[in-house]
Design a binder for this molecule. Structure first.
Ligand code: PLP
Length: 400
């Protein structure tokens, strides 16, 4: 008997590279002990949440033990939380938003899934600069959407002419993710303005009855910018702009699953508010119903704080030194907490195996749509980064 669809039967045969490394990691840790393994494969934020979370959680606990304290809330989010988010995002994006422009979601992941559910029809295309966060393909694929990766330049900046050539009448969205997973790139204001101009031009050429092209800005790493780098806001750049984000990384609350979608107010108002109504409806009908209520209250209370970003900055600098000392080529990440260095010898799978032999876990770039690179996540202690130094050198030698 076949208990699942063919799609999932095939998917089971090709588990993601990240998943495979995760399983390898468990195996190695069981055999040699957790301390003997340098695990750079996962992006699970390990820095503690801000201290302010403690008092807020106590207060939430007191309120929760009341009738409906832990009950369902409106599908779009707790009204006071939407208000707080609108205020927070207005300051962040540099344009006034009202609570009606914001929906609270189950992380950035469900924000993307809800958006695709509301806008994608079978055969529609979603353009993404590559390398890219591999789940995008699954998120739009659930609704028959097809991801169209467009390679960035070698330094991971946007190739706007290539993106323009990839846009067809079937293209519904261009996803950008800045600061970027897996490269740590932050797109410049000029790049984003060119992209917005491309979207405006495309929509101007589409008829009144046609569906538009959106810019989706996936921003879970917005706060992670180093050396004074600016992360330009995307929402004011075009009325077709949608910002999706979460507190998974900035407040280290990935397991509590709190994210949001914010629409440019002109987009919110367009078509009788149809997009916002659809997003709120699918938040319910996809089975999420509402974002977790404890997490919503926590995120709203401390949304202007972040984890200690200095810890991530120090890890980045240390990892850069480890890689340079091993003779590995890389573009210095200006944001997020990942490195996407070149695999010495050019074969990423071979280099990942050589690292495994040194009990260092990395993910091949092929898993992010760019061969010849590996991805390293710095959501691990500095001690582990320092300990990996000799292993990186030996793995490079093995791949020469
Ligand atoms: N987008 C990117 C680029 C990510 O790296 C992740 C998680 O790692 C997500 C979205 C989803 O994050 P969450 O649903 O926890 O907000």
């Amino acid at each position: 008997m076949q208990t699942v669809t063919n799609e999932f039967r095939e998917a089971a045969g090709k588990a993601s590279f990240i998943r495979k490394m995760f399983e390898k990691g468990l195996e190695l840790k069981a055999k040699f002990g957790a301390d003997a393994v340098c695990d750079f494969s996962l992006g699970n934020p390990d820095v503690p949440p801000p201290e302010a979370a403690r008092a807020v959680l106590h207060r939430i606990a007191d309120d929760a033990i009341k009738p409906l304290g832990l009950g369902y809330c409106p599908n779009a989010g707790i009204p006071a939380v939407r208000e707080a988010m609108a205020k927070h995002l207005s300051a962040q994006q540099g344009m006034p938003l009202s609570s009606g422009d914001v929906v609270m979601t189950v992380g950035a992941a469900s924000a993307l899934v809800c958006f695709f559910r509301a806008t994608i029809e079978k055969g529609d295309e979603v353009v993404v600069p590559s390398p890219y966060f591999v789940e995008y393909g699954n998120y739009c694929g659930h609704f028959g959407g097809k991801l169209v990766p467009v390679p960035t330049h070698d330094d991971f900046t946007l190739d706007i002419p290539a993106i323009a050539s990839a846009v067809t009448p079937k293209t519904r969205a261009i996803i950008i993710n800045s600061p970027n997973n897996p490269t740590g790139t932050i797109y410049s204001r000029a790049e984003l303005e060119s992209l917005a101009a491309l979207v405006e031009k495309t929509n101007a050429s589409r008829g009144e009855g046609e569906r538009p092209l959106f810019i989706l800005s996936d921003e879970p790493y917005r706060a992670f910018a180093y050396d004074g780098a600016e992360v330009p806001p995307v929402l004011p750049l075009a009325k077709w702009a949608v910002v999706l984000g979460s507190f998974s990384k900035t407040l280290s609350m990935a397991g509590e699953r709190i994210g949001y979608i914010a629409l440019n107010p002109a987009l919110s108002a367009m078509d009788g508010g149809a997009l916002m109504s659809a997003l709120i409806l699918v938040n319910r009908t996809l089975g999420y119903v509402n974002a977790p209520v404890i997490g919503q209250r926590l995120a709203a209370a401390i949304c202007n704080e972040t984890v200690d970003l200095e810890i991530y900055r120090r890890r980045r600098d240390l990892m850069a030194k480890v890689l340079s000392d091993a003779g590995i080529e890389f573009t210095m990440p200006r944001g997020a907490f990942y490195f996407f260095p070149k695999a010495p010898g050019g074969d990423d799978a071979k280099f990942v195996d050589a690292l495994l032999a040194e009990r260092i876990l990395a993910v091949p770039g092929s898993g992010f749509g760019r061969k010849g690179h590996i991805r390293l996540s710095c959501s691990v202690d500095e001690k582990i980064i320092a300990r990996s130094a000799e292993g990186f050198k030996r793995a490079v030698e093995a791949c020469k």
